[in-house]
Design a protein around this ligand. Structure first.
Ligand code: BDP
Length: 679
């Protein structure tokens, strides 16, 4: 098994009885005549799946149908909204209904999931609708085929070959996205090239859009703020200049002529050297609103990213908040502000971003990163369900207890009709799409949570495992704890107790806590961990940067007191003495080192769990993950030894007696980083 089929494996169900039960309900698929391409796609996908799973032909024919026939029907239903579906028995036959063809398509994949995970058809009654309106993957793919922070091969978009050649992968990609409830794709990197807006490229983009459309996937583009200068021949890209406004309006109209269901723009502006409205002393709102006006009557949105931090302007933690919060209420109706889950940058664990709940008049898109830039690339097995859920369930306390990030993002807390969530894709041209097979679980869980953030991370891990790896109970029982604990384990052997941003420079791989020189101070490690003879951690209380003050009192309260702050967040907010006893009963030093060691040992445990599942796994897939786990263990030791020895230079304490000191000196480990960084 090369992993290409993802979770959409339609191998015959092993249980003959179960097959029979489903066969009795799926003699044929019935659709009305003259339906559109999406319903035809839905019928085709269902046919494909059922034929494989049930091991016999399932013809598609004209409705009505009746007993034993499965009907797909589009019928406006206010209770289901535009995208929700219902699966139920009507007149003795199963029926999948929704207000739109796309809704029925989602319903078809939901039905297939029922069959794939071994549910019985008797009494089946299921309805579901998405809680978030825009559910997007963000590709950081470049025109030359590279992927920024991509670890699964090159880009799946082959721009040279487009529009004539349509790689079959585009359709399989669209199918995968639709099957988990996503509805849109930003095709290109936020560090954007202007060329996507040229007529030459728009033809290519339109060709991709044509493949994705029947699967309910709309296409969006990241835009370069300076495009009017770079490709438009203008001298400025000042958003208040009429010629700039006219240029964007004309470009946008052109896009909609080529792609009538174009989704809109994603913008990274005045961030990490990208141009933006501030180059002309204008605000982010001036820029975003200008683009919203260019969209005019077209059905599209602007997603304006809040990932900004200027060198030398204090604690990086505070900066996005300070720039964006005062703009609340100034953004036009079609604008959503896109905020990363945490205030720094996709670290293995971050407190939720203080902007959530603090901009009640602006819909905020939650951005999470599926590509594991800071989580071991495609080498380390890290299931991200728990990370995404941790953020969604975090309580901002902005409108009293229960004001979770999820409620901010889905729009219910502040009564927004627009809502969005974005996952930075971990997909590339590797045969199995994501490099590490467990990366597929992250794509899967993200899509399912984007549809319904109340789903449990553990349940999604189970679904994915059973659809993708095996349904053999003992193997599933071995794999699930591995997945569910993998993120916590990764945190322990890399950045326990709230350490953050101590990874290798630029590449963001491996440990480099000693990094003290860089182009900007907030790209070093010492800026974040602040180790000294007294202790460790970033004081973000009133005696330090006071970033804690950005949170509502209820949320602040959780972290404000070092004695009661949950250990997982401790060093995010406090500089703690090495000998300080923690709530765990150990001193900071002992707890820190114990976590580095236990995290590393846990990778051994992950290996053992994987071994237990071996008899039920495809040999190729088993071997691939087993080998990656061996690397992961070696690199966990790398992290452990690097961090323990480095911090020991400050703490000047021995390891707790139960721990065996690293066998190699720090100098040797530092060389490793240089080898990896290719400096
Ligand atoms: C950082 C990445 C960088 C991205 C940036 C962003 O290192 O490559 O361009 O985020 O999100 O984490 O804009």
């Amino acid at each position: 098994d090369d992993g290409y089929r993802l979770w959409l494996k339609y191998d015959q169900l092993p249980e003959a009885g179960l097959r029979k039960e489903w066969q009795a309900q799926t003699n044929s698929i019935r659709i009305d005549q003259n339906v559109g391409p999406t319903l035809q796609t839905a019928a085709h996908e269902l046919q494909l799946g059922l034929q494989g799973l049930l091991g016999r032909p399932v013809p598609v024919g004209a409705a009505p149908g009746g007993k034993g026939h499965l009907r797909l029907r589009v019928a406006p239903d206010a209770a289901l909204g535009q995208e929700g579906y219902r699966i139920s028995y009507q007149n003795g036959g199963l029926e999948i209904t929704g207000s739109t063809e796309t809704a029925v398509l989602y319903g078809c994949f939901a039905l297939l999931r029922q069959v794939q995970t071994g549910q019985r058809p008797a009494g089946l009654r299921l309805s579901s609708q998405p809680r978030i309106r825009y559910r997007l993957l963000n590709h950081w793919d470049n025109p030359n085929g590279t992927v920024e922070r991509g670890y699964a091969g090159s880009s799946i978009w082959k721009w040279q070959e487009l529009p004539e050649v349509l790689d079959p992968r585009y359709q399989d990609y669209a199918r995968a996205n639709a099957s988990i409830g996503l509805n849109g794709v930003v095709l290109n990197n936020v560090n954007a090239s202007a060329r996507y807006l040229t007529p030459e490229y728009l033809r290519k983009v339109a060709a991709v859009a044509g493949v994705l459309r029947p699967y309910g996937q709309r296409v969006y583009l990241s835009v370069l703020w300076a495009a009017p200068k770079v490709i438009g021949g203008l001298k400025t890209s000042d958003p208040l200049e009429p010629q700039v406004q006219a240029w964007w309006k004309a470009r946008t109209d052109e896009i909609y002529k080529t792609i009538p269901d174009f989704g809109g723009f994603l913008v990274k502006a005045n961030s990490e050297g990208e141009p933006g409205p501030q180059d002309y002393s204008r605000t982010h709102a001036d820029g975003a609103n200008m683009l919203a006006r260019a969209l005019g009557q077209h059905d599209g949105i602007v997603m304006w990213r809040a990932f900004v931090y200027k060198a030398g302007s204090g604690d990086r933690f505070r900066q996005a908040y300070e720039e964006f919060q005062p703009l609340d209420g100034q953004f036009a109706d079609k604008v959503l502000v896109q905020v990363k889950n945490g205030p720094i940058d996709f670290q293995a664990r971050e407190p939720f971003h203080p902007l959530f709940g603090a901009m009640p008049r602006t819909p905020l898109v939650l951005e999470v990163q599926l590509t594991q830039e800071y989580l071991g690339f495609a080498t380390h097995a890290v299931y991200l369900g728990p990370l995404i859920k941790e953020c969604l369930e975090a309580d901002t306390h902005r409108q009293g207890p229960g004001s979770t990030v999820a409620k901010v993002v889905d729009g219910t807390l502040e009564k927004h009709s627009l809502s969005g969530i974005a996952g930075v894709a971990n997909i590339g041209s590797d045969r199995n799409w994501t490099g590490h097979p467990v990366g597929q679980a992250n794509w899967y869980a993200f899509g399912r949570l984007a549809w319904d953030h109340t789903l449990r991370s553990e349940d999604l891990a189970r679904e994915w495992t059973r659809m993708t790896l095996t349904r053999e109970p003992a193997a599933v029982a071995a794999i699930l704890p591995l997945l569910n604990q993998s993120r916590a384990i990764y945190v322990r052997y890399t950045t326990p107790l709230g350490l953050h941003h101590i990874m290798g420079q630029s590449l963001h791989y491996g440990p480099e806590p000693w990094l003290s020189q860089s182009a900007r101070p907030d790209w070093t490690s010492v800026y974040y961990h602040k180790a000294d003879a007294q202790g460790l951690g970033f004081d973000r209380t009133a005696t330090g940067s006071d970033a804690l003050a950005l949170y509502a009192p209820g949320a602040r309260h959780l972290w404000a007191n070092p004695a009661t702050c949950p250990p997982d967040y401790l060093l995010w907010f406090h500089h703690v003495g090495w000998g300080q006893p923690l709530s765990t009963g150990r001193t900071l030093w002992d707890e820190l080192t114990t976590r580095y060691y236990s995290g590393t040992d846990s990778v051994r445990w992950m290996q053992q769990q994987w071994e237990l599942a071996k008899p039920a796994l495809d040999p190729q897939l088993y071997a691939d993950v087993a080998a990656r786990l061996r690397v992961q263990h070696r690199e966990a030791q790398w992290w452990r030894d690097a961090c323990v020895l480095y911090f020991q230079e400050f703490a000047r304490r021995p390891l707790p007696p139960t721990l065996t000191p690293p066998a190699r000196p720090l100098a040797e480990i530092k060389e490793l980083v240089d080898i990896y960084q290719l400096r």
